[in-house]
Design a protein around this ligand. Structure first.
Ligand code: NAP
Length: 352
């Protein structure tokens, strides 16, 4: 199996390439700069690896670069306004496409703009194969199997420790600061809407301590309604993090940031909490806990890609739960320290 990694010399690109190698999959390193690709191959101690240069805007070069690969993993963020030519080239060449985007507007546009093309080409496109979006989407599907008729789902993300975001993540925050300031899309009554207010102000992540939350453009608000019959889905993060991310980061500030090292990443915990309220008022709570968000993203992107190349999913642009069997996939992630559970929760009075 051969897989092209676009943006292979970036922080997430290198982690993803290393994870492909760890899984015995041959990686082809693709990017816009030969020297930076060569340096990345050196860092990864890949002496006989194939490097292919292609600008993200050069369709013919992209088609050449992807030739002979069963799939493309795109790690070149920010994705907004830049990654669509890469999605389009992968589909046109007949290859599955996976990416590590955390940008809600971009992911929504991939579903909106490429579903028909992907189906016609017989390939699967799975945007946002990340630590947050994939487990969150899969657990939501499992909750729906248990809950019967669901009225609403709130999805909350929290990260503890781990050295903070990478330079690339910060650039994605800058690129999407408008969406972040507005809180992103809420799915409500059959459509995705901007500007819907939150109907609660806190959530408990672990234990009973309620933490202040703010609306945030999480990917699950885009993916869950594609396979769960639900009236409302909204994403939130801790207010303290939302406040930190709303500071306008200059390129100088981003350049001064260090990408998180393996040592600090292993001490990081990420948490995803999903609370689903059924139409009869019962609340089911799903929790995902993991370590090392960037390492887990590499594992998830590779796991999704391997399964697509093996033909496990139908064609089209798909959410993780539409592509794979949720329990089997979630249990596979235990090998990467990801744990999940679903429990019944007594309904609390929501704050106004
Ligand atoms: N949970 C999540 O949401 C999640 C988790 C992990 C990663 N991510 C996302 O993954 C992305 C990558 O992060 P990172 O830390 O790896 O960033 P990074 O280290 O800055 O790497 C970015 C890569 O993209 C390439 N690139 C950037 N702009 C390009 C352009 N216009 N044309 C062609 N190539 C371009 C860069 O190539 P050059 O070196 O040539 O500039 C580099 O290879 C970010 O968007 C991040 O938010 C999201």
């Amino acid at each position: 199996m051969r897989v092209a990694v676009y943006g292979a010399n970036g922080f997430q690109g290198k982690l993803t390439t290393a994870m492909l190698m760890q899984n015995g999959i041959q990686a082809v390193l693709v990017g816009r700069n030969q020297e930076r690709l060569t340096a990345a191959a050196g860092e990864l101690e890949m002496s006989a690896v194939e490097l292919r240069v292609a600008e993200a805007t050069d369709r013919r070069a992209l088609l050449r670069a992807f030739e002979g690969c069963g799939a493309v993993i795109n790690c070149a963020g920010p994705f907004t306004r830049r990654a669509e030519p890469i999605v389009s080239a992968a589909i046109a060449a007949g290859y599955h496409y996976v990416d590590t985007a955390g940008e809600q507007g971009f992911v929504k546009s991939v579903f909106d703009n490429f579903s028909g093309e992907a189906q016609k080409a017989g390939v699967t496109v799975l945007p946002s194969a990340t630590d947050g979006a994939v487990p969150g989407d899969l657990v939501a599907h499992m909750i729906a199997r248990r809950a019967g008729q669901i009225d609403s789902i709130i999805v909350a993300h929290k990260i503890v420790g781990g050295g903070g975001p990478s330079k690339g993540s910060l650039r994605s925050v800058v690129e999407t600061c408008g969406d972040i300031a507005a809180g992103g899309l809420t799915y409500e009554d059959g459509a995705w809407r901007n500007g819907e207010p939150l109907d609660r102000s806190t959530i408990a992540f672990l234990g009973d301590e309620e933490v202040a939350i703010s609306k945030f453009p999480l990917i699950e608000a885009v993916t869950i309604p594609r396979h769960v019959w639900v009236r409302r889905v909204v994403g939130v993060i801790e207010t303290s993090i939302a406040t930190r991310l709303s500071v306008p980061f200059s390129e100088q500030m981003i350049e001064a940031v260090s990408n998180p090292s393996p040592d600090v990443r292993k001490d990081q915990t990420f948490l995803i909490v999903l609370e689903a309220t059924s139409t009869d008022g019962g609340v089911l709570r799903g929790t995902v806990e993991g370590t090392d968000a960037y390492g887990t993203t590499a594992a998830i992107a590779v796991e999704c890609t391997r399964r697509l190349v093996e033909g496990q999913a139908r064609s089209g642009v798909l959410a993780a739960s539409q592509a794979f069997e949720p329990v089997e996939f979630l249990d596979r992630l235990a090998a990467y320290n990801v744990r999940w559970r679903i429990e019944e929760k007594t309904r609390k009075a929501f704050m106004p």
